[in-house]
Design a protein around this ligand. Structure first.
Ligand code: AMP
Length: 189
């Protein structure tokens, strides 16, 4: 059993690569972005709280996000472990996740970052905005703000796992197959 944090800026390919890892290895997928979007679509109280943050490309407050993640973890079947996709995005979230998993005699085994240069990210996200209709991908100002939020608030989470000897990075350029092979190698699957 392995718990993996799939890390990287918006547009790096975390969702795409998660799907492959799940299909091939049976991990459970915990994507906080997907959970927020599901709640917004379903008009839940959590969705109405989160929607203004998502539409601006800002982070939803830590307490709300952590509580939601913990609840989702507890109601998911673990399979061969969990892929955390889009979480943790702040040091407070990383600390909360360690405490939460530690309380269950569990832990994060590895964090893998998918690295992609900014201009490529903007290109990919705007294309995805046209294809998927995801509103926070369709607007260049929001796309650039999400990358800025990543640089300012999220990138440092890599150092948190680095200090635990759990951080790996792979080049996110090239075909989906190429990046997948690099990920498998980095995770040790
Ligand atoms: P994503 O699908 O991972 O790109 O996330 C889409 C949006 O959901 C982000 O721009 C944030 O507004 C919100 N979000 C997702 N995950 C988190 C998180 N771990 N902490 C705070 N906000 C989040």
């Amino acid at each position: 059993m392995k718990n993996i944090v799939l890390f990287g800026p918006p547009g790096a390919g975390k969702g795409t690569q998660s799907e492959r890892l799940i299909a091939n290895f049976g991990f459970a997928h915990l994507s906080t972005g997907d959970i927020f979007r599901r709640n917004i679509k379903g008009n839940t109280p959590l969705g109405s709280l989160a929607s203004s943050y998502l539409s601006k490309g800002e982070l939803v407050p830590d307490r709300v996000t952590i509580d939601m993640l913990e609840q989702e973890f507890d109601t998911s079947a673990s399979g061969s472990g969990f892929i955390f996709d889009g979480f943790p995005r702040t040091i407070a979230q990383a600390e909360a996740l360690d405490a939460f998993l530690g309380g269950k005699n569990n832990q994060i085994h590895v964090m893998v970052a998918i690295e992609v240069p900014e201009e490529e990210l903007v290109k990919r996200l705007l294309l995805r905005g046209q294809e998927s209709g995801r509103p926070d991908d369709a607007n260049e100002e929001v796309v650039r703000n999400r990358i800025k939020v990543y640089e300012e608030q999220t990138a440092r989470v890599a150092g948190y796992y680095g200090a635990q000897g759990k951080f790996r990075a792979v080049n996110g350029l090239g075909s989906i197959d190429d990046v997948y092979e690099r990920l498998i190698g980095a995770i040790g699957l």
